[in-house]
Ligand binder design. Structure first.
Ligand code: FE2
Length: 391
C-alpha cells in the first residue's frame, strides 16, 4: 500500500524502518499522530519545526535559538502523506515531510538514554561463569563486539578469552569502545603486588573485599576493564557480586539496614600523596530515574560519617550486613584470571574483590582501565544502527 520515501531526512544518523502513519487528529499547534496498532504521539508545532526546517542537513542538529523560533501558529496543517509519512504545512505554504519511523521511535521511547540497556539480568553464583566471548573476534567483528557490550550492560559483567597477552592489549580493546577515562592511577593502570611502593590496596597481595572503585568521585567510572597479562600465583581468584542482587536481598530481608544504606551519607576521600579527590553520598545510591545505581562500597577510601552522631551506630551495623550479603557465596562468582582473559564490568553496579595471593611464588599482572558509561552506551548504540528501528 505504501512506498517508502527514503529521502526524508531524520534529525539524527539513525536508520529507521518505515512505519506508516494511519491518521492524524487534533488541531495545530498540537496534533496527534496515530499508527494502526493504536500507538500514538502528540507533536507540538515548534518541536516539529525544530526537527525539520531548522535541522542542518550536515550536522543533523537544530540551528534555531529558542528566541528566534516563530510563533506556535507557524504550523497550519498536518496530514498523512501518500507514503504514510507526516506532511506538515507551514504558514506561508511550504511543506515538510517527517519520517514516520523516527516519530514511531519517539512514541516507543527508543530515544531515551536508558532504552539501549534493556532489562537487566540479575545473576548469582548459579551463573557459574561470566558471559564469555572470543577476544580475537571482538577486535574485528562488529557483531561479536556488539554481543559482548550487550552482555556487559545487561549482566553488568562480560568476559573475553584469548586476547593477546601483551601489555598493550588492554588499551587496544579499550580504545575500540571509546575514550579511556584516566584517573590518579593513570590511563591504563597495572595491578600487581609491589609492596612498599603500592599506591592502593589493589597493588598488594592481600585480600580485597567486595567493592566498587572510586566512590571518591562525583561520577565514579561507569565501567572497569581488567586484562590478565600473566598469572602464575596460587590464589588471587577474582570475585564478582551483582549489586542488584545485593540490593534485592537487603530490601527483602534487611529493611532497616537497607534504609540506612540508601540514606545515610559518608565522605569518601582517596589517600594518595599527590591527589585529594572527595565526594559524599550513601553506600547504595539509586540516583534518579535516568541515572544508574551507584554502589559506594570501598572501605579503604571511606573517610568519615556525614550524618547525625545518633545515626552512626546503625550506619556501621548496616555496613556489616551489606558486607556479609556482598560476600555471600550464593551471590558470588569466583573465577581465576587466565592469561588473555579480559573482564569488563559495570563499576557502579558490580562489586568486585580478590582472594589473597602469594606474590612471592609467581607473578599476577593485570592491566586495567576505566571507560565512562556514556562512552560504552554510545558505542553500543552506534553498533546497533545497522539494525533498523521502528514499527
Ligand atoms: Fe577495585
Amino acid at each position: 500500500m505504501f512506498a517508502a520515501v527514503t529521502e526524508v531526512v531524520t534529525p539524527d544518523f539513525e536508520t529507521y524502518r518505515w512505519a506508516p502513519i494511519e491518521r492524524v487528529t487534533g488541531q495545530p499547534p498540537m496534533v496527534r499522530v496515530h499508527w494502526a496498532d493504536r500507538v500514538h504521539l502528540d507533536c507540538f508545532s515548534l518541536w516539529l519545526y525544530e526537527n525539520t526546517v531548522a535541522i542542518d542537513p550536515v550536522t543533523r542538529e537544530s540551528t534555531v535559538d529558542p528566541f528566534d523560533l516563530p510563533d506556535s501558529s507557524v504550523l497550519v496543517e498536518a496530514r498523512v502523506g501518500l507514503d504514510g509519512d507526516l506532511v506538515v504545512t507551514w504558514n506561508g505554504g511550504t511543506e515538510s515531510h517527517v519520517h514516520p519511523g523516527w516519530l514511531r521511535s519517539v512514541a516507543d521511547g527508543e530515544h531515551v538514554p536508558e532504552a539501549v540497556l534493556g532489562a537487566p539480568t540479575i545473576w548469582n553464583s548459579s551463573m557459574g561463569e561470566p558471559p564469555t566471548f572470543d577476544g580475537a573476534a571482538v577486535l574485528d567483528d562488529d557483531s561479536v563486539f556488539e554481543a559482548w557490550l550487550t552482555a556487559l550492560v545487561t549482566h553488568g559483567l562480560a568476559r573475553l578469552r584469548n586476547t593477546p597477552t601483551n601489555r598493550d592489549a588492554m588499551e587496544q580493546v579499550g580504545r575500540r569502545i571509546g575514550p579511556i577515562r584516566g584517573s590518579n592511577f593513570g590511563d591504563v593502570f597495572t595491578v600487581e603486588a609491589i609492596f612498599d611502593r603500592a599506591d592502593s590496596l589493589a597493588n598488594t597481595g592481600g585480600n580485597l573485599g567486595q567493592h566498587a572503585d572510586l566512590p571518591t568521585r562525583e561520577t565514579p567510572p561507569g565501567f572497569q576493564f581488567l586484562h590478565c597479562v600473566e598469572n602464575t600465583v596460587a590464589g588471587g581468584a577474582s570475585r564478582m557480586t551483582d549489586g542488584l542482587a545485593v540490593v534485592e536481598r537487603l530490601r527483602a530481608e534487611h529493611g532497616e539496614h537497607y534504609e540506612a544504606l540508601t540514606t545515610l551519607e559518608w565522605v569518601f576521600a582517596n589517600r594518595a600523596k599527590d591527589g585529594d579527590h572527595r565526594w559524599v553520598g550513601p553506600m547504595i545510591d539509586h540516583g534518579t530515574q535516568h541515572s544508574p545505581l551507584t554502589m559506594r562500597a570501598f572501605y579503604p577510601v571511606r573517610l568519615a560519617p556525614h550524618m547525625s552522631p545518633a545515626d552512626v551506630p546503625r550506619a556501621y551495623a548496616a555496613m556489616r550486613v551489606f558486607s556479609a550479603v556482598a560476600h555471600d557465596p550464593d551471590l558470588m562468582l569466583s573465577n581465576r584470571f587466565e592469561p588473555g582473559d579480559l573482564v569488563g564490568f559495570d563499576n557502579r553496579r558490580i562489586l568486585h574483590g580478590r582472594d589473597a595471593c602469594d606474590p612471592g611464588a609467581g607473578r599476577r599482572v593485570l592491566r586495567g582501565c576505566y571507560i565512562d558509561r556514556d562512552d560504552v552506551l554510545s558505542r553500543l548504540r552506534v553498533l546497533r544502527r545497522r539494525v533498523t528501528k521502528g514499527a
